[in-house]
Design a protein around this ligand. Sequence first.
Ligand SMILES: Nc1ncnc2c1ncn2[C@@H]1O[C@H](COP(=O)(O)OP(=O)(O)OP(=O)(O)O)[C@@H](O)[C@H]1O
Length: 307
Amino acid sequence: MITVENLRKAYGDFPAVVGSDFSVESGEVFGIVGPNGAGKTTTLKMLAGLVEPTDGTASVLGFDPEEPEMRRRLGFLPEESPLYEDMTPRSYLRFFADLYDVPREEGTKRTEAVLDRLDLEYRDRRLGDMSKGMKRKVAIARSLVNDPDLLIYDEPASGLDPLTTNVVLEFVRELRDEGKTVVFSAHNLFHVESVCDRVVIMNRGEIIARGTIPEIRAEHGETTYRVYTTVSLSETNHHPATEPEGDQHVAVVDEMADVEAIREAAEAAGGSVADIRTDEPSLEDIFLQLAREAPTTSAAEGGRGQS
Ligand SMILES: Nc1ncnc2c1ncn2[C@@H]1O[C@H](COP(=O)(O)OP(=O)(O)OP(=O)(O)O)[C@@H](O)[C@H]1O
């Protein structure tokens, strides 16, 4: 569906995206995640044919992103989507359906169905008088008027209240379930973790991790064990000291061998292990760790990009 090879974008001397490689399969939800300035929007705009790469190639739906036919088959949701304030959701969506030559009846059926699914009331209210969440839903509906196979959404749920965020993320899942491919960016890792089949994590223009969430966890995240004992233990060469917690004691370790050492020590002290809990790192934990470890020789310092 999408293949990207060595994709680069420099704004003047500033390398915003530094040699990205990835592919997106048909029917998956693919997330591009990273902090502000990581290069997510620039990447998505290159895929949508709105920004010309400085180097490298992208193939989208089998086309070069510059080709008009690709755009006809794509639904793009920009990060900021100013709507015509004096229009209503219905008139606005009809206007876009007309632009795509969608027959009137089909266009109306399609947009009403999407607005139903997004729970959008007040379809004849002036857009200028609507909340941010309602406007976002209208913008999402607009991305679907041409019934595209591929949707590229830039921060679809950013800045929305939790309820609207859930509606939007649930909607993305439904799009995937009906066979569409969705690529979306987020800086809120929870959005990605709950919806995406695969992700790339970007930082300072570079991809610093990739894969399914479990793969990224297995490769970059360290599982830790919280071992609860009935007796207090002091530190040895084999395990750390326990800390009091409620009426028990707890030690946090990252190897099963340490868990075993604590069990033996607890039993030797006349106690036992009461519970062992596994702490899986969240994507957020992993991301912060990777960002700390990432070399700072690239986009941030203008190291490898080309104008
Ligand atoms: N038109 C432009 N001219 C110059 N620099 C730009 C331009 N667009 C983006 N940049 C810079 O390129 C870098 C990447 O920006 P981009 O918008 O792609 O990041 P992002 O990950 O989408 O961040 P955000 O979440 O803040 O939108 C940033 O440092 C940004 O300031």
